[in-house]
Write a protein that binds this ligand. Structure first.
Ligand code: NAD
Length: 435
């Protein structure tokens, strides 16, 4: 985490709006189309509970700063809610509720015994020192201690929160509850009860989904080209796994800019350059590497585009210029609904976020299981389980896509919705109570 300080306050940053209304409207349409029992829409249209608080933090220079924070438990019909906690200046109530809605579906698509949750703090972590970040992380737990819990709401890292933040949070939770309860928080360092295989789990899940669909999509690894937006945890591991299988990584970007090399880039070499130069720009590939903009990267002529950075990167404005026929959505919500319609109409196959990046929560589930049993698995057992889950669920979504003539995104939502609906209907519907 950077330690540079600025005077930015939460009020100065733009807040995204209306995402939750869009998600709710899409749900209504899906329920109607699928003839899902009205009880299900009635229940799923709003979050079960959201808690909003203000965290008051003493800064290193003695000042007091206030940070808005939220935690949402969207739906717990399939089990305790599960979802990350995000530290970002754009975090808002709308965003937290939308992300927890998506988590509800992601957990159902991956067939995990979890509902969906999410949390966040409206903060630019670049304005905090490490000690201020620790105080903020601990304050978050103090504020939400009665809201979360191993059988209620399980937290995990998300944007600008990482293993050490989870360790501070887990530590704080243990002080409050009076006993270590590592299963309340996943994504912890291994020495703190974390699991092997979590670091690259999200990327590996997407990679396994793509590999499973290779022949259906007509992809030949030794001929296919890939452009990757975002070179953090997910983007880097995705690039590394695909590169090892022969895919040619022709472009990579991060917040410093983008590089393009038609002769291919070596993800390891690019990561080494990023470490010593604070960004990917300037790294050399196998041919004439040139610097391009992030916008250009998205519009490159390549076989697979992997957005692995932020939300809303492909919009109505640039969707018409996207040339990749396959998009592996590793970030959450990188394509707006308007752009999704344009791309789908143009024949682009989008492997949607709720399937493509579900590998992370799948392995987090294993961390929760191991914490509960006190028996820890080796890496190969974790990877085998992930492979089985990703292959099974990708196949199920692909089958629905073909059988019902749906886009992959619609098929993934249908797949998840059916499972959630079963859990709602299992408690009885109007027809049962009218008898
Ligand atoms: P990260 O913070 O490790 O990496 C993000 C990367 O995006 C960084 O390289 C950053 O420089 C880059 N970036 C930021 N702004 C950019 C821009 N405008 N253009 C190009 N690159 C930019 O985050 P991560 O864990 O790799 O997560 C990436 C995405 O995947 C997020 O949307 C996250 O919600 C999603 N996701 C992550 C996980 C996980 O397990 N890490 C799980 C599910 C979903």
């Amino acid at each position: 985490m950077a330690t540079k300080k600025t005077e930015e306050t939460p009020e100065q940053v733009a807040q995204p709006a209306g995402m939750f209304e869009t998600a709710r409207e899409n749900l209504r349409i899906a329920c109607e189309k699928l003839n899902i029992h009205p009880d299900v829409y009635e229940e799923l249209q709003f979050p079960r509970e959201t808690l909003a608080v203000t965290l008051l933090i003493r800064m290193d220079d003695g000042r007091r700063r206030a940070f808005k924070a939220w935690r949402c438990r969207y739906n717990d019909r399939r089990g305790p809610t599960k979802g990350g906690v995000r530290f970002h200046p754009n975090v808002s109530l709308d965003e937290v509720e939308t992300l927890s809605f998506w988590m509800t579906f992601k957990c159902a698509v991956a067939n995990l015994p979890f509902g969906g949750g999410k949390g966040g703090v409206c903060v630019d972590t670049k304005t905090l020192s490490p000690t201020e970040l620790e105080r903020l992380s601990r304050a978050y737990i103090e504020a939400f201690a009665s809201f979360i819990g191993p059988d209620r709401d399980i937290m995990a890292p998300d944007m600008y929160t990482n293993g050490i933040v989870m360790a501070w949070m887990s530590d704080e939770y243990a002080s409050i509850t009076g006993a270590p309860l590592p299963m309340a928080i996943t994504g912890k360092p291994i020495a703190f009860g974390g699991t092997t295989g979590r670091t690259d789990a999200t990327a590996r899940g997407g990679y396994l989904a793509l590999r499973h669909l290779e022949s259906s999509l007509g992809l030949e690894p030794d001929k296919a080209t890939v452009a990757i937006q975002g070179f953090g945890n997910v983007g880097y591991h995705c690039a590394k796994l695909l590169h090892a299988d022969g895919y040619k990584i022709v472009a990579i970007s991060d917040s410093s800019g983008a590089i393009h090399d038609p002769d291919g880039l070596d993800p390891l070499a690019v990561m080494e350059h990023k470490h010593s130069n604070h960004g990917v720009t300037g790294a050399k590939g196998h041919g004439k590497t040139r610097k391009i903009s992030n916008e250009e990267l998205l519009e490159l002529d390549c076989d697979v585009l992997v957005p692995a950075a932020l939300e809303r990167q492909i919009t109505e404005e640039n969707a018409g210029r996207i040339r990749a026929p396959i998009i592996l959505e590793m970030a959450n919500g990188p394509i707006t609904p308007e752009a999704d319609a344009i791309l789908t109409e143009a024949g682009c196959v989008i492997i949607p976020d709720i399937l493509a990046n579900s590998g992370g929560v799948t392995v987090s589930h294993l961390e929760w299981v191991q914490n509960r049993s006190g028996f820890y698995w080796d890496g190969s057992r974790v990877r085998d389980h992930l492979k089985t889950t990703m292959t099974t669920e990708t196949q199920a979504v692909w089958a629905l896509h073909n059988e019902m003539d749906l886009s992959m995104r619609e098929a993934a939502y249908v797949h998840g919705l059916r499972r959630i609906a079963e859990a709602v209907e299992a408690r009885g519907t109007q027809a049962y109570f009218e008898q």
